[in-house]
Design a protein around this ligand. Structure first.
Ligand code: RIB
Ligand code: CA
Length: 307
């Protein structure tokens, strides 16, 4: 599998990237960065640091610094000021991003190897939407597009109660992206809520004796504290679940394919993914909605990446 990852890293993004870098038979050929959890100028060094930890060499590209239309503010309460949990022992990186803009890199790579790349988006879809606008043939040259984002039953995690962060952060980009790709695979917030690691299992992973595990434990404290403050029943895995089903589609236990679009105007619902479950819209189904995942299989991917 030839993989491109678009990310707003992000603590859970970092774990998803680690999972891909450690997976046999997968080459991560580019990582494109976008503003989301934190500004893209913080996302880039976060990704470079993950490459240091995993001793991997992957070109990293800086992308969109702001959503297409929406106002933006960082999610410091979820990912810390630096986007990696403000870990005091964070090592500095000597690496640098490429000079090419992320959107140009996405288009160049797709044109250089049409039908070859799996594209996994872990943040707002700003870069992806811009690629689709700059080169309308871009979606047709991507083998599979998987994204973490959206809600399947209006249980959001943003001030708009029905909207999930990646879509809420740039609703126009999400709308344009879902319209442009003939078929996307969506890993929603509700599916995230239904598939946590239990705390004992999470702690066992963090106690793995490896630099990767020490990095993961050190950077995830902010998120763990937040999750536990909300009394969720385990460690939540939004981006890692999306990456896991891209790497191993057989981890999907239940799914459905529906027409999905994005609300752009609702006073309370802007950024909601609107799903046509009963095929009443007349639009062709465009999104493969993942509903159940083999969490034990995802856990095995974590054990692999932390070894
Ligand atoms: O809503 C969860 C998503 O928002 C994840 O991608 C997380 O990293 C944040 O970007
Ligand atoms: Ca993310």
């Amino acid at each position: 599998m030839r993989l491109i990852i678009d990310t707003d890293a992000g603590i859970d993004d970092a774990q998803a990237i680690m999972m891909a870098l450690a997976h046999p038979g997968v080459t991560v050929e580019a990582i494109t960065c976008v503003t989301g959890n934190v500004h893209v100028d913080k996302v880039v060094p976060n990704v470079l640091t993950v490459l240091d930890v995993m001793r991997a060499d992957v070109p990293v590209y800086r992308g969109a610094a702001l959503p297409l239309v929406a106002d933006w503010s960082p999610e410091v309460h979820v990912h810390g000021e630096d986007g990696l949990g403000d870990w005091k022992d964070r090592p500095p990186t000597q690496r640098h991003a490429e000079s090419e803009h992320a959107v140009n890199a996405l288009i160049r790579l797709a044109n250089a190897a049409p039908g070859e790349y799996t594209l996994v988006a872990l943040g707002p879809l700003t870069n992806i939407a811009l690629a689709c606008q700059l080169d309308p043939s871009f979606p047709s040259k991507i083998r599979q597009f998987v994204f973490m984002g959206g809600t399947t039953h209006a249980m959001g995690n943003t001030p708009n109660l029905t909207a999930e962060f990646n879509i809420y952060c740039d609703p126009e980009a999400a709308y344009m992206t879902l319209r442009a790709f003939p078929l996307s695979t969506m890993l929603s917030w509700e599916t995230t809520l239904q598939h946590p690691f239990g705390w004992p299992e999470w702690n066992a992973l963090c106690d793995t004796n490896s630099p990767a595990a020490r990095f993961m434990k050190g950077t995830s404290g902010v998120t763990v504290d937040l999750i536990q403050s909300y009394r969720f029943n385990g460690y939540l895995l939004p981006d890692p679940l999306a990456m896991a089903v891209a790497l191993k589609p057989d981890l999907v236990r239940a799914s459905g394919t529906y027409y999905v679009t994005v609300e752009l105007n609702g006073a309370y619902t802007r950024g909601q993914t609107v799903i046509d479950y009963r095929a009443r819209s007349g639009h062709a189904p465009n999104v493969h909605v993942v509903q159940e995942v083999d969490t034990a299989g995802v856990y095995a991917l974590y054990q692999q990446m932390l070894a």
